[in-house]
Ligand binder design. Structure first.
Ligand code: C5P
Length: 402
């Protein structure tokens, strides 16, 4: 993956937001990795970051105006020159203009005439990020085939805390690297991914659930989409969102999750079952809230369908099925047994005992188990684990088909 950017031509679009200072570091990372980067910025972005710095780091003039003196910037050729247009930060205003094809400065003209893939990293205040207008604009941009990266959560320029921060330069750089390294490896392939917990209702207000956040599965769905696959994510309740290019089907229970997977499984090439599905559900769901009465209350549970086992049993020879295992004892033996019993091609073993792994953690240390191999992967962010897993899946799929 180290040289994925060598010689790649990247048009770095910078728009006017406080987060624009991070684009200096991003530019440095891209240049250091061997990319040929030209910077195009909106007039407003000049207030946040100096063109002199950007021109020095990129070793190219920075483009801002459509015409300067008697020189006209050829926006059409810029969009054709680039292998990728990367917009970071993408402000709310610029995204709104992009969604509607407004062309009132050089940056807008370049992106409107760009024939290369476009990736954007949004940055704005949480309320703007969550506004229905922004949500709709992002859907529109995703519909144009643009890759919209997620935002981070944390301190915002407003002084508030929440969603809307620009991803850190290293995370945007990773996304660019994976774009070039397994760019479109899975084009034409279909995938289904399950993620998150399931909520099994006891009555109208209570449920049996677990602490899964859905992050690992969502990262996998995103990485599959970045590799060009057509991805359906069947997600239990979570506040996290996948990339707009991922078709998300929200569900609550294991039964609903199975039904959603069954709808699409026959047409998929890859199934990754990363959800933490409840093994049992209450046999009876009370119509009304269960009243406090006796000192003890017994609830009868019945077994839930096993979605991974369904995929393993139904899979054809061209389909690849990946499961997860979360074990607290005899980890390897149990995971290998799971691989056989559920007829999966690959099991990703998580160990909740390891610091920095499992539910709620941003990192994961996993072991990859196949019928004939056991490979330990070092601790890495869930994003990195997802990208590596998708590369492995693409390798295996290629082998299945030849
Ligand atoms: O059997 P166990 O729950 O440990 O297996 C974990 C794997 O099986 C995960 O991939 C999980 O998503 C999947 N699973 C499932 N449906 C269930 C239980 C687990 O798909 N009912």
């Amino acid at each position: 993956m180290e040289n994925a950017l060598q010689g790649k031509r990247i048009l770095l679009g910078i728009t006017g937001g406080i987060a624009a200072y991070k684009s200096i570091l991003l530019l440095r990372l891209l240049v250091q990795a061997g990319a040929d980067v030209k910077v195009v910025m909106t007039p407003a972005a000049r207030q946040f970051v100096s063109p002199l710095v950007l021109a020095t780091l990129s070793k190219q003039p920075v483009l801002v105006e459509l015409a300067e003196g008697d020189t006209w910037a050829n926006h059409v050729m810029l969009g054709r020159w680039a292998h990728l247009m990367l917009i970071a930060p993408a402000t709310c205003n610029t995204m709104a203009k992009m969604a509607h094809g407004i062309c009132d400065n050089l940056f807008m003209a370049v992106q409107l005439s760009a024939t290369c893939p476009v990736m954007l990293a949004p940055a704005m205040d949480e309320d703007m990020w969550k506004h229905p207008a922004t949500r709709r604009n992002i859907q529109t941009l995703a519909g144009y085939g643009y890759q919209v990266l997620p935002v981070a959560t944390g301190a915002l320029a407003s002084g508030l805390h929440g969603e809307g921060r620009l991803l850190e330069p290293a995370a945007i750089f990773d996304a660019v690297q994976s774009f070039f390294s397994h760019s479109q490896r899975l084009k034409g392939k279909k995938a289904v991914v399950t993620a998150g917990p399931t909520y099994e209702p006891l009555d109208p207000v209570r449920f049996i659930g677990n602490h899964s956040t859905g992050l690992m599965g969502i990262e996998i769905a995103n990485a599959l989409a970045m590799a060009g696959a057509d991805v359906t994510l069947v997600s239990g309740p979570t506040h996290l969102q996948a990339l707009p290019a991922v078709k998300t089907i929200p569900v609550q229970t294991a039964t609903q999750m199975l039904a959603a997977v069954q709808e699409v499984f026959a047409e998929t090439d890859i199934a990754v079952m990363a959800a933490a599905v409840a093994d049992y559900r209450p046999a009876v769901v009370a119509d009304q809230k269960i009243k406090k009465a006796n000192d003890e209350l017994s609830i009868t549970l019945v077994k839930n369908p096993d979605i991974l086992a369904y995929c393993g049993a139904a899979k054809a020879s061209h389909q690849l099925v990946v499961g997860f295992a979360l074990e607290t004892n005899n980890e390897l033996l149990h995971a290998q047994e799971k691989l056989r019993r559920k007829n999966a091609d690959l099991i990703v073993l998580n160990s909740p005992n390891k610091v920095g792994s499992g539910f709620g953690s941003a990192t994961n240390e996993v072991t990859i188990i196949t019928a004939d191999s056991v490979t330990e992967w070092p601790m890495a962010s869930k994003h990195e684990v997802a990208c590596k897993l998708v590369n492995l899946v693409a390798d295996k799929l290629e082998r299945l088909q030849f």
